[in-house]
Design a protein around this ligand. Sequence first.
Ligand code: ACO
Length: 443
Amino acid sequence: MPPTTAPGAAEVARVQLPGAHAGLPGSEIELPVVIGSEDEHAVDVGRLRDRSGYITLDPGFGNTAACKSAITYIDGEEGILRYRGYPIEELAESSSFVEVAMLLIFGELPSKERLERFRGMLTDEQLLHEGMRYHFEGFPSHGHPMAMLSAMINACGCYHPELLSSEMDEERLLRATATLMSKVCTIAAFSYKMTMGRRMEYPDPSLSYCRNFLHMMFSKPHRRYEPPLQVVRALTKFLILHADHEQNCSTSTVRMVGSSGANVFASVSSGVCALWGPLHGGANMAVIEMLQQIHAGGDDPRTVVAKVKDKKFRLMGFGHRVYKNFDPRAKILEQTCSELLDVLGVSDPLLDIARELAGIALTDDYFLERKLYPNVDFYSGIILRTIGIPLNMYTVMFSIGRVPGWIAHWYELFRDPDRRIARPRQVYVGSGKRPYVPMDARG
Ligand code: ACO
């Protein structure tokens, strides 16, 4: 059912529907076509069932737009990614993570004054309520930091009832954003220190966002950690590149939860859970585990690729639902990774293996035919490893980066006058009606 419209033509799609079964009418109907600002065409099926009795089926939503959004634009064929119209390459090169967060959430790059005010709010929100310290004590020391992060973000809402109100205006949103962005760093660093059995370092209000996080992670009571500039820069790029990616699994989860009217803390906390899986944000951890295994086993990357082609396992950090040419974030991170290792004067055998795998895969028909390229997670783990972030915190780092994107989408939905609770339909394939069988009569 291809839409029959082109830009400038009548904005309808004519769809031929088969009839004569299940009592549905067979006819041609016209459906409106929505055209996005980058000329994307979508057939609006919102009234299809009312008008024809048909629903649509699209498992995994590979072909379904769940909303209209003005936050992030991706052209997967051309490898384009823009936040609010600004190319990711320019933002990664020139801006700070805090600036990018404000751009995503409020729609414009902040003025100097507005940025300074927001930085002040971030500083104000760095400390956790003393009551939250007790929550940490309740977790086992081997607990996964993603579980702690999700639980603690949700718990944050209990300490900020003023931010749960359905009267969320821009000033309240600014406060909620500062609270979430600051607290995730403190929670992440606290959970790391706890699993290490070390004393928790308090945040330092004199430091910038990235430096403060590194301080809370790596300073010790007797030795303050002073990160090299290149480390701060690499972390900043990492966070900017992870800040948003339109309707991915975790962001769609945030929107789904938010659509019921759930508050921003509950919604963002659900995003952390969705991100955790190895097919999504958990891939950054899975990539390093895979590279470590290859390294430890001394496997030839060619044999590894052959096994992947035999479907024995997936090459983690490869492939993407949307990018079918290259992932611009992976390009930037590969370069950032090389620069970081060069400046620090370290070499990492895992980077050599990653490059070798990518080199083989990028010329192999299996990968070319399926349009599988390195994604953002392929090189990001090597950067995190070089910075000293432990493996089980990689997806937490992704979450810290993604918080602004989740908030931006939550707020866009919150303000949408046409918002409806997200409630997909299903095609039922279970048993037909049957009578209840009493216990004695069951085989
Ligand atoms: N290694 C080997 N083969 C792959 C890979 C891979 N990484 N990814 C996809 N394929 C193959 C599939 O086996 C399938 O082959 P077939 O047509 O012969 O059956 C084909 O490519 C299409 O794969 P799908 O699973 O249908 O693609 P989908 O768009 O549903 O999945 C995903 C995208 C989840 C990212 C997938 O490519 C994958 O599992 N990659 C590895 C995990 C990963 O790196 N995830 C991070 C994604 S980026 C992010 O979320 C931040």
